[in-house]
Design a protein around this ligand. Structure first.
Ligand code: GLC
Length: 544
């Protein structure tokens, strides 16, 4: 395995990266055709979102066959060519394993629906009368988490969409099936895996109502999750591959166990607490201005906690479930370039492996869709209806979606300023924002001061500097909500990183005499001096 600490991982949302056959959907050959771009960017691994056979109710996170390619994405041959071509360019592929649930069109579920006991034991079925679900748990996509099957007189659990049935990991046969999937792809020569919502796989034996919440406290980081992960990793021999687990509503304590090498579970974890600082009372569908002090203290708690106990974070702002960061924590109108670069430096220089989501390196923005008909995501369309039924006006519901919808991150990659941004020759499956006229690869490649070229620098710096890749971290100015500042250090030296999160000037009494400027996002970064004046959204990195 290459060193994942000095690596940068690039996430491709396959459906929205590059279409190669004019059907308006991104595909595997499209990804292959863009590998040179990724090599030039300097990334080490690609995490490719699911391209397996699926009815696509959740854009491929509802898998109907784990070891076959969905025709809309290409063929097995295309997948193998992609792996080989990436390898030629020194890039490793990580595939996305959706093991908490299968599509209800998976053969296992279809056979369960026929009443075959073996396959009913693959899922979580409970007896019950048609009008009373076994528990009051809520689906993450809205509504109750159980669905009644009249002919079986049983309910099945779905923590996500009704077409995503939760697997029963307590059944050893299920665990064996999933190991086979890992081995199948491992043999094809990929270098790592991302495990979807993997901290939800272990449900308690007795399922009970949640009188104070939506049920998550019972199944999040559940009773056997560490045991099952260890078994999966051990029996498939993937301890020396790069692995990342998506951890939903998790705890620091559990993430230390998931990622501490001594535990032999995963290389690193995604946690999401820092991406809820604009949720009102923790509720995704209620807006609040970002609380920067909370953001700072969450990042600090996680960075320091993981460092202390030898855990390892995936560090990131964006993915296919999140709005675009420059629209969210930056200012995509007045300080688009500055704030995108500041956010880039801020996250890439933390302790952990940075993940870059397609288009983030261009400063892509939320599309600001004007009407519900633009939205495709199942969670967004469900919640639109829920919000409307709760009395929100159309305009209010749309304003919330414009800030929160997962489709914000799913608009196609903007390759050029031409028709459909160079994504497709046909009609894209989802509308591309007008700003592709200036936010695009072709334009930014030519501009030395572009966001794209800034990311290239950051990725290259991590390769050159052991301080960035593996140095210690310590936070500065903890009580100042306007700046996020920290020190990185090891025996090679020290970096001081200052990020202004506001559109105003910020003055810090900081003595950086004797330090040199390593990186800044204004063309004339100030030289070291006693006292620092940060301009709006300015980031400066000093080195000694
Ligand atoms: C993860 C995926 C998300 C998907 C969900 C259910 O959170 O990132 O896109 O909808 O799991 O599989």
């Amino acid at each position: 395995m290459r060193n994942f600490k000095n690596s940068t991982i690039y996430q491709i949302y396959t459906k929205s990266f590059q279409d190669s056959n004019g059907d308006g959907l991104g595909d595997l050959n499209g990804v292959t055709s863009r590998l040179d771009y990724l090599k030039e960017l300097g990334v080490d691994y690609i995490w490719l979102t699911p391209f397996f056979v699926s009815p696509m109710n959740d854009n491929g996170y509802d898998v109907a066959d784990y070891t076959a390619v969905d025709p809309s994405f290409g063929t097995m041959e295309d997948a193998c060519r992609l792996i080989a071509e990436a390898k030629l360019r020194g890039i490793g592929l990580m595939f996305d394993m959706v093991f908490n649930h299968t599509s209800t069109e998976h053969e296992w579920f279809l056979r369960a629906m026929k009443g075959e006991e073996k396959y009913m034991n693959y899922y979580i079925f409970r007896d019950g009368s048609p009008d009373l679900p076994p528990t009051n748990w809520e689906s993450k996509f809205g509504g109750n988490a159980w669905e009644y099957v009249p002919h079986l007189k049983k309910w099945y659990l779905h923590l996500f969409d009704v077409t995503q049935a939760d697997l029963n990991w307590d059944n050893p046969e299920v665990r064996e099936e999933l190991k086979k999937v890992i081995l199948f792809w491992k043999e094809k020569g990929i270098e790592g895996f991302r495990f979807d919502v993997v901290n939800l796989i272990s449900k308690p034996e007795q399922l009970e109502n949640d009188e104070i919440g939506d049920g998550r406290r019972f199944y999040t980081d559940g009773p056997h999750v560490h045991e099952y992960l260890k078994e999966l990793v051990r029996d498939t021999g993937i301890a020396d591959m790069v692995t990342v687990g998506e951890m939903s509503s998790t705890s620091l304590e559990n993430c230390i166990r998931y990622s501490n090498p001594a535990e032999k579970e995963l290389s690193m974890v995604f946690s999401f607490h820092h991406l809820k600082v604009d949720y009102r009372d923790g509720k995704k569908w209620e807006l609040k201005a970002p609380d920067y002090q909370e953001l700072k203290s969450l990042l600090e708690t996680w960075q320091m906690g993981m460092q202390k106990a030898n855990g390892w974070n995936a560090v990131f702002w964006c993915n296919h479930d999140q709005p675009r960061i420059v629209s969210r924590l930056g200012d995509d109108q007045n300080y688009w370039k500055e704030s995108a670069k500041m956010l880039a430096a801020c996250i890439h220089l933390l302790r952990g492996t940075p993940y870059l989501f397609q288009g983030e390196e261009l400063g892509m923005t939320n599309p600001g869709y004007p009407d519900i008909t633009y939205y495709k995501d199942v969670e967004s369309t469900n919640y639109y209806e829920i919000m409307r039924s709760q009395g929100k006006t159309k305009a209010e519901a749309l304003q919330i979606l414009a800030a929160r919808s997962r489709d914000n991150g799913r608009t196609p990659m903007q390759w050029n300023g031409g028709k459909e941004a160079g994504f497709t020759e046909g009609t894209p499956w989802i509308t591309i924002p007008q700003n592709h006229e200036y936010i695009n690869v072709e334009t930014e490649k030519e501009d030395e001061t572009s966001i794209l070229n800034y990311y290239k620098k950051l990725i290259a710096l991590r390769k050159e500097s052991s301080i960035i890749a593996d140095g210690k971290i310590e936070f500065l100015y903890q009580e100042n909500p306007d700046v996020l500042a920290y020190r990185r250090f090891n025996e090679q030296g020290e970096l001081r990183v200052f990020n202004n999160f506001t559109g105003q000037k910020v003055v810090l009494e900081e003595n950086v005499a004797g330090y040199a400027v390593l990186l800044g996002n204004y063309e004339d970064a100030q030289e070291s001096q006693a006292g620092i004046v940060l301009r709006p959204y300015e980031t400066v990195v000093y080195r000694k």
